[in-house]
Every structure is written in C-alpha cells, then in structure tokens.
Design a protein around this ligand. Structure first.
Ligand code: SF4
Length: 353
C-alpha cells in the first residue's frame, strides 16, 4: 500500500518559530515600541536599506520628527535632508505626503485598521500588514521575499514566486502557520529567520529552528527553492551632467516630480556650445537602481570667472551654492559621491577621456 503523504502540522511550525524568536530576536529600537508611527517609519526605511545602515538614520529621523504632526508640519526639503544617504528618496516624499493625509483624513491619529493603513501614500500590502500586526495585533501576515523563500523551502513548494498570484498564495500558507496570538512577533520572526538564517545564498540550516521539519533541507534540495521563472527586466539608461563651477561655487537645480530622483537637486544637463572649451575632465559612473542600470557622465566645467557663472545661473534658473552649502541639500547618490570626492580633491578620481 502506498504511504500517505503527511500533511504538515502548520500551527506546530508557527509555535516553534515563535519560541525561537522569544530567545533569538534582534534587539532593535523599533521593537521596543508599539507606536504605529515609529513602526511605519522603520518599515518604510528598511524596505531598501540594511538594518545596520538604517539604524542611525531611524534614530535621527524619529528624534527630529517624533510624531505624525511634526512630520506633516516639516518642510519637504528638511524631510529629504534627514533621509540623506539612504537613497530611494521617494520613500521620504511619500512619508511626508502620508503624514499630511493622516492629519487631514484621520484627525492626526494613525489609522488602526488594515484597509485604512493600506490607503496611506507609499504603503503597500506588506507594510500595511507589518504595521497592523505589530502595532495593533491584527492577524495579517507581512509577506515579502523572506516569506517566499522560507515557506517555499520549508514545504519544498515550487509555486513560482514570479507568478502574479504568489503574494496571495504565500499569504494563505503563512496564515495556516500563524498561531492565534503574537501576530506581530510571528511576522518579525519570519523576517529574522529569512534575513539571518534562511538567507538567499548559503542558508545556515544547522542553526534553523525548523530544520527537522524542512522538506527542502531534509531532501537536500534547498538550492532549488524558491522557484522563479521570470527574470526582472533591467533597463539601461545614460545620463550626462555638467558640473558648472567657478572655484568652489557651482550650479544646481531641483528635479521635477516625475521619473527618477524626484525633487532632488542635480547639476545642469546641458551647456551652451561656448562652454565646451571649459570642460576640464569627465567622469563616468555606473550606478544601479531597482530595475535600472545607469551610466552617468559628469563633465567638470570650470568657468574662468564668477560673472559668467552668475549670468548663466540667472538666465537659466540655477541656484549657485558652494560645497559647504551642498551639505544641506539632497542629491542623488552618484552626484552626492561626486561632490564628496570633489571636495577632497587630492583623492579625486577624475579621468579625462
Ligand atoms: S532548514 Fe534551511 S532551508 Fe529550511 S527553513 Fe531552515 S534555513 Fe531555510
């Protein structure tokens, strides 16, 4: 007689995970609070930023903007400044817009149900579930790439994670495992397990609390999961800038509200023909954004006198600033790096081509 395939004891696995989390959770400042505002800031901040890199930014951000009201009343430029160094500035712009939305639509009180949280600008299903479960103890699994990876390995499940229904599928699977208590802890435990133990490459299965039950580990097929058939399409983009300067003063302009790097400052993207003689060197910088590979060329245009710089600035709506003042402005990462290198000229990597 053929042996029946045993159904996993989902809840038992969920309890095991919670037990492990009880003694192995990472000691992070946002885990000591139930304040939905702070949990929201942290969830948005950690979306494209490593915990180690984001920690100080988080502390500085919530010190300056301790609640929804202070964030809503702040000037957009200041919010961007406190995001400086983290990249993906649209996250900061969305936080700012959503804080105004909370002031206007929810009388300044952070919404306490999943649908209302999801209605906030920049908040997707994952973030809404994380806030709802951690701050309000609501039963929503915060399914992200960690969940996909852990669950597909745990159950040797080859549901394609590039399938449009993957989120729904793994949410249902996670709900089966979620015990009827500590919903927020369950989500954080999955995040910790996925990022610290069940890592994309070289998972540390020997230290995993679920290794006895993990079908992929038990069958030696961990590397086959998760299954992803469609590769994300990456586009290539070339940008040219002109760093028009006289001594330590240079020109900047604010970007618009569309395409990449919304509302950040940048250098000029063109020059008149008679400025070409002042190009001293050109740098070529590679930079990766989600789904975009950029090649950025920055030309160093050293004008012979200040009057020329001022004339060009006023005729073309540029702001003139110096390197010190640049510290108070937010630039896209590659331009920020360029300025930092420029200010320590001795180690400047300028290359003529
Ligand atoms: S045993 Fe290994 S593959 Fe399975 S869940 Fe744990 S870390 Fe992931």
């Amino acid at each position: 007689m053929k042996a029946k395939k045993q159904k996993p004891d989902f809840l038992h696995l969920g309890e095991k995970l919670l037990n492990w989390y009880g003694t192995n959770s990472r000691d992070l400042p946002w885990r000591k609070t139930k304040d939905p505002y702070k949990i929201w800031i942290c969830e948005i901040l950690l979306q494209q930023t490593q915990v180690k890199q984001g920690l100080n930014h988080y502390l500085r951000f919530v010190e300056r903007f301790p609640d929804v009201k202070s964030l809503a009343e702040a000037h957009e430029d200041e919010v961007l400044l406190y995001w400086k160094g983290l990249g993906y500035y649209s996250r900061a712009l969305n936080l700012h817009k959503a804080s105004k939305q909370i002031m206007q639509d929810f009388d300044g009180n952070f919404p306490d149900d999943y649908e209302s949280i999801l209605s906030l600008k920049g908040v997707g299903k994952y973030t809404a579930a994380a806030i709802a479960s951690i701050a309000f103890d609501l039963k929503y699994p915060a399914v992200d790439g960690n969940f996909y990876r852990v669950l597909s390995r745990l159950f040797a499940d080859n549901f394609d994670i590039s399938n449009a229904k993957a989120f729904q599928y793994f949410s249902e699977l996670a709900l089966l495992m979620m015990p009827e208590h500590q919903f927020g802890d369950f989500n954080e435990a999955m995040m910790d397990l996925g990022s610290e133990i069940c890592k994309p490459k070289n998972p540390i299965c020997v230290a995993c609390p679920l290794n006895e039950d993990c079908l992929a580990f038990q069958s030696g097929t961990v590397n086959e999961f998760p299954l992803k058939t469609k590769k994300t399409k990456v586009t290539y983009l070339e940008l040219t800038y002109y760093f028009i300067n006289f001594k330590d003063q240079f020109l900047i302009k604010r970007r618009g509200d569309d395409f990449i790097w919304k509302k950040l400052y940048e250098f000029s993207t063109s020059i008149p023909e008679d400025f070409e003689q002042y190009i001293r060197r050109s740098n070529s910088i590679s930079h990766k954004l989600t789904h975009k590979n950029l090649n950025i060329i920055i030309n160093d245009v050293q004008l012979p006198d200040l009057e020329l710089l001022k004339k060009f600035a006023s005729e073309n709506d540029f702001e003139i600033i110096n390197l010190e003042e640049a510290k108070q402005k937010s630039f896209p990462k590659p331009l920020q790096n360029y300025l930092e290198n420029y200010s320590k000229k001795s180690s400047f990597q300028g290359e003529l081509f």
